[in-house]
Design a protein around this ligand. Structure first.
Ligand code: NAX
Length: 328
């Protein structure tokens, strides 16, 4: 049988962690043939709660779970890791300026990037979920010079899934009838869910919608502000849906996208579509042989161009801010 794959999850005692760990243990992250060993990272105050979750993981009697170890030191948590899910982050609290937020997260993602650089397995794949996800991923990536930059990604799959759901409702089709939808830019309110290349049952999705006003005034804001709507309704931020999207992101990365389709992930830009090289921005991506690649050669219309540019500008501003703070 195969040796277990080491999966590190940070913020393991948080609400996304609680939803995520059981799905990893059940084999949904990597597939039903792959045993996993969990390495949980928490801050010291939350280690006890993580230990409680580990007891429950044991009680799940998951055949694919080869064990769970808990750490409060990133160096140890990332030792030998093959898949790193960076979920734990510093949330924005009242009165916090954007610079404070970026600085607090720099204090988390810089040492984690260094620890990944020092000790992770050669094939490590990193997904940053903790917000501001794109820029946190950039910080970690910049402190892991020995790891190929393409191994650092940030999550926009939840936004992608939200967009799929909204479009399927609008058109009265199943989500599985929709192909080639994509989120562009930052995982923030400026993100751009693009349906102009999407297909529904072989037909262009924007034509099937036939209503640019719906796209501009309903679809895009609904997807972009969905996180706030969940908080409003649930009294807590998205957790199970975020965990589900993290599972999707890694599963696709490892197992590939189906022929004739793509998905969304924030990956290091190679300059495609005018997105400055080095920014970690969301693109339409395909996955093959364990690699995400940006879909090339798409025509970008005026409607899309202004929105992509605005979100990418926000990413460039965040990068400049963390640079100024000496975090990268
Ligand atoms: P919680 O506050 O429930 O949990 C976060 C956990 O991280 C806590 O247990 C905390 O102790 C831990 N933590 C903090 N600093 C740490 C460190 N240095 N090392 C290890 N662990 C640390 O938040 P939760 O709801 O689980 O959300 C986690 C993150 O995901 C947040 O930053 C949130 O904004 C972000 N999200 C990102 C999404 C995306 O699509 N990219 C969507 C969902 C979510 O909002």
């Amino acid at each position: 049988t195969q040796a277990p794959v080491n999966v590190t999850v940070t913020g393991a005692a948080g609400q996304i962690g609680y939803a995520l760990l059981f799905r990893i243990a059940s084999g949904q992250l990597l597939g039903q043939d792959t045993p996993v060993k969990l390495r949980l990272l928490e801050i010291p105050q939350a280690v006890k709660a993580a230990e409680g979750t580990a007891l429950e993981l044991e009680d799940g009697a998951f055949p694919l779970l080869a064990g769970t170890d808990i750490f409060d030191d990133p160096k140890q948590a990332f030792e030998g890791t093959n898949v790193a899910l960076l979920v734990g982050a510093r949330p924005r609290t009242k009165g916090m300026e954007r610079g404070d937020l970026l600085e607090a997260n720099g204090g988390i993602f810089k040492p984690q990037g260094e620890a990944i650089n020092a000790g992770a397995a050669d094939d490590v794949k990193v997904l940053v979920v903790g917000n501001p996800a794109n820029t946190n991923a950039l910080i970690a990536q910049q402190h892991a010079p020995d790891v190929p930059a393409e191994r650092f990604t940030a999550m926009t799959r939840l936004d992608h899934n939200r967009a799929l759901a909204q479009l399927s409702k609008k058109l009265g089709v199943s989500v599985s009838d929709i192909r080639k939808l994509a989120i562009w830019g930052n995982h923030s309110a400026t993100q751009y869910p693009n349906v102009f290349h999407a297909e529904v049952g072989g037909r262009n999705a924007a034509e099937a919608v036939g209503d640019e006003k719906w796209l501009a005034d309903e679809f895009i804001p609904t997807v972009a502000k969905r996180g706030a709507a969940i908080i409003e309704a649930r009294g807590a931020s998205s957790a199970a849906s975020a965990a589900s999207a993290a599972i999707d992101h890694v599963y696709t990365w490892v197992n590939g996208t189906p022929e004739g389709d793509w998905t969304s992930a924030a990956v290091v830009s190679d300059g495609s579509y005018g997105v400055p090289e080095g920014l970690i921005s969301s693109f339409p991506v395909t996955a093959k042989d364990g690699k995400y690649e940006i879909v090339q050669g798409l025509e970008i219309n005026e409607f899309s161009r202004t929105r992509i540019d605005a979100s990418v500008q926000e990413l460039a501003d965040e990068r400049d801010a963390v640079r100024k703070l000496g975090l990268i």
